[in-house]
Design a protein. Sequence first.
Length: 226
Amino acid sequence: MESVKKEMPFFKSLMKGLAMLFGKNCEIVLHDHKDQPYAHTIIAIENGHVTGRKIGDCGTNLGLEVLRGTSDGNDDFNYVTQTKDGKILRSSSVYVYDDNGKMVGSLCINFDISSLLLAEQTISSFCQNPFLAGSVVGKEKKEIFVNDVNELTDALIQEAQREVGIPVVSMTKEDKLKALEYLDRRGVFLIKKSGDKIARYFDISKFTMYSYLESVRNQEKTQAPC
């Protein structure tokens, strides 16, 4: 497959069928990672009210990690995420590759299980049945659902700040290297003009930032197994 757009009739039919089968709490999203910039990867969506996204919005941090190569890029099923307004989602992501093995798109399903969890908790409490408690399981992942790619950049910068654990004003060069290494692994530098915002946040010039980034990547190469 060269492009997800060539298979749009199939994908749209599949997405509509899944949305009708699972109902309004099930969001299905199609991303184009070949012909669209990361700021606007969503080319089709059903039940976008689940995460508040629409056609033309950006992808999440997980897609960036696949494009960056820091994620294995395998299809990921049945993981648990949370939206910024507190909804608990059970999610699966299927990646689409071209004949050269390059990721060109992804189909993602996000099912809002918030009301199911409340119902389970109520039933479990009423029946005092230990077999019900905690029965909804799935590996937890941090996925950032936003409309604007600038929000995604901001969120990842804040994560890097928390990873280092100290204010920027008190950061040493080593601290900033650690923050940039974290951001690079998350694929944030694939976002157009993200470097300007990152340099401003960490109070360094763009030249210094890219010098630090080159140092981080060179160190990563020397530590990679042969």
